[in-house]
Design a protein around this ligand. Structure first.
Ligand code: ATP
Ligand code: MG
Length: 589
């Protein structure tokens, strides 16, 4: 082996650049973060050639003194921390003092800056250069050209201009979402692609994520003393096939974190199909001393000191927001209508044909038990008529209105204050049963004894599962016992599922239990099991419902958390406002 040598500084910087400057977007990220740290109120970015040819960022921040200018391009030089204690409580985006040095080692980098109070600006052309006077009104301009001009091996890894620009665009969005108070502009090859005025978070999110996202998102605002979670999380109807619209920030820093992703995933578990992904922009505020940001050179990973608590907090905050009523632009809860105002208890419904969040009035609303009213004492699947329609106080129409008719045995048509409500009967009933099964199972199982026990012919494997899981089954309300080598006698089913086809229900439950390790039955996968049961218990297509039955279902939907989506994340109902119907028929035009 050759003798050990000290590496020359430029090479050290280029090695560091390998971690920090992965592609043009990473240069943009670092330079944007510096502008933010400098207290900029306006930042302008112009890119050429996907950022590989040029990245120029100007800001109106505090600027850099002439004396510090050359130092800014040197390694291990920072104005942001000075001690280990500073590092442990760091509140700025940067702290490593290496980004500009790394960038300058792999690209032609010019820094022009005018510190506050300085007579004019100064400029340095690369590391080690002496500052020369320059013209600039305020702030700093960082100009980075020809990335990897001196490291051809790295240059080969650059993708097409379009791809590199897409990454730069994402880096820009991440900073822009976290800093709505800063006016920001991005242009590429001379064309402006984002022009964002300074404003509030909602406006900024609307500009970057689209107003349809906002319309389909719940506001999140949860506070637990040392932790706060704010932002927006999409309802299942807005879910996506990929994870491209997920932004999570810790103290304003975009991060990717397994723990956080897991907590969010869990919060969506009951309402989103596994193959779909939620869209969200969420901000976690936490004491900087409780989180370590010095985990990775690109600072995109963090480590929480109390990871378990953070996980629980995010999970509960999000789950609660998703379950509750109140979209971004939700109106205040309905009140008794004043005589001179038209009854518009749910303005949120107006003007949208998309899934709207269901506003729930749990208190005084009559609660009709759809399933138990239909409770047969045999295994037939019929749904019995429910009691007459609930008395509704005058002027206080229920949100989902009253049923008019059933369409093709699949949909319920109802009329409410705003127009037409369309309900997917099965999906809606499934959601109701599912939520109720969850609460019922937390207590003692309430079961429905069958007048005549159902005897099912089962496979040896099903019999074995029934035997192994007898206790679990009993806990849910299924009383079963062998009636022969391949026959199972079922004497009771969960009361909520009394109208289900017993044979199908029990077979489905056994199939679920079969591929479920015993330890998970009562914990992690219990909800999957309940979902299967709810699906079997829910009214099937082509079942004719009477008007009172349909109204009972509507009232239950209003009283059920998350009734806006079925367990599989499909919407359960939608609204067509009179205005939309008018427009459709060109009325008044
Ligand atoms: N836009 C800017 N306005 C004012 N000062 C700046 C600007 N950009 C850089 N600086 C100064 O240059 C120093 C070096 O910047 P650099 O990005 O290399 O390191 P850092 O931000 O301190 O840490 P990190 O490597 O984690 O980004 C900063 O500490 C800051 O003092
Ligand atoms: Mg920096």
């Amino acid at each position: 082996m050759p003798a050990i040598r000290r590496l020359p500084d430029p090479l050290i910087n280029q090695i560091a650049a390998g971690e920090v400057v992965e592609r043009p977007a990473s240069v943009l990220k670092e330079v944007l973060e510096n502008a933010v740290d400098a207290g900029a109120q306006a930042i302008e970015v112009s890119l050429d050639g996907g950022g590989a040819r040029r990245i120029r960022v100007s800001d109106d921040g505090c600027g850099i003194d002439k004396a510090d200018l050359a130092l800014a391009l040197e390694r291990h030089a920072t104005s942001k921390i000075g001690s280990l204690d500073d590092l442990e409580g760091v509140a700025t985006m940067g702290f490593r003092g290496e980004a500009l040095a790394a960038i300058a080692s792999v690209a032609r980098t010019t820094l022009t800056s005018r510190a506050r109070g300085a007579g004019h600006a100064w400029r340095v052309d690369g590391p080690g250069a002496t500052p020369s006077p320059a013209a600039l009104n305020h702030g700093t301009v960082v100009d980075v050209q020809d990335l990897y001009h001196n490291t051809p091996a790295r240059r080969k890894f650059l993708k097409t201009e379009g791809t590199e620009f897409a990454h730069c665009d994402d880096a820009f969005r991440r900073v822009a979402l976290a800093r709505p108070e800063v006016a920001m502009q991005l242009s590429h090859n001379g064309r402006v692609s984002h022009r964002l005025p300074a404003g509030d978070a909602t406006r900024r999110v609307g500009l970057l994520m689209g107003d349809d996202f906002l319309a389909q998102a719940r506001t999140v605002d949860a506070d637990a003393g040392a932790l706060r979670l704010t932002g927006f999380a999409s309802l299942p109807a807005y879910s996506r096939a990929s994870r491209d619209a997920q932004y999570f920030f810790v103290n304003g820093r975009f991060v990717r974190d397994k723990l956080v992703t897991h907590a969010i995933r869990e919060a969506y578990r009951d309402i989103l199909h596994g193959s779909r992904h939620p869209a969200y922009v969420l901000f976690l505020d936490i004491d900087p001393r409780s989180v370590d940001v010095n985990v990775h050179p690109a600072k995109i990973e963090v480590r929480f000191r109390e990871s378990r608590a953070v996980h629980q907090f995010i999970f509960h905050a999000l789950e609660r927001s998703l379950a509750q009523a109140g979209a971004v632009d939700a109106a205040p809860a309905p009140q008794a209508t004043a005589p001179d105002t038209p009854p518009t208890p749910f303005p949120r419904f107006a003007g949208t044909s998309q899934q709207s969040p269901l506003v729930m009035e749990s208190s005084a609303r009559s609660y009709y038990d759809f399933a138990s009213a239909a409770r047969p004492t045999t295994s037939d699947t019929s749904v019995r008529p429910t009691p007459a329609m609930p008395d509704t106080p005058a002027g206080e129409a229920p949100p989902l209105g009253f049923a008019l008719a059933q369409l093709h045995g699949i949909f319920i048509l109802a009329q409410n204050a705003h127009g037409l409500v369309l309900v997917d009967m099965h999906a809606a009933h499934e959601r109701i049963l599912y939520e109720r099964l969850k609460t019922v199972l937390d207590g003692a199982p309430s079961l429905q004894r069958l007048l005549i026990p159902a005897v099912l012919q089962l496979s040896p494997r099903e019999m074995a599962t029934a035997d192994a899981c007898a206790e679990v089954l009993a806990g849910m309300g299924f009383e079963v016992s062998p009636a022969g080598p391949q026959a199972l006698s079922v004497r009771s089913v969960p009361a909520l599922l009394a109208s289900a086809n017993v044979a199908e229900l029990v077979r489905a439950v056994l199939a679920e239990l079969d591929d479920m390790p015993a330890s998970q039955v009562v914990t992690a996968r219990r909800n999957e099991l309940l979902a299967t049961m709810a699906c079997h218990g829910a009214v099937r297509a082509n079942r004719t419902l009477t008007v009172p039955e349909m109204n009972a279902l509507l009232r239950q939907m209003e009283a059920t958390e998350r009734a806006g989506q079925c367990n599989h994340g499909r919407p359960t109902w939608t609204q067509f406002s009179l205005a939309e119907l008018d427009r459709f028929f060109l009325r008044g035009q």
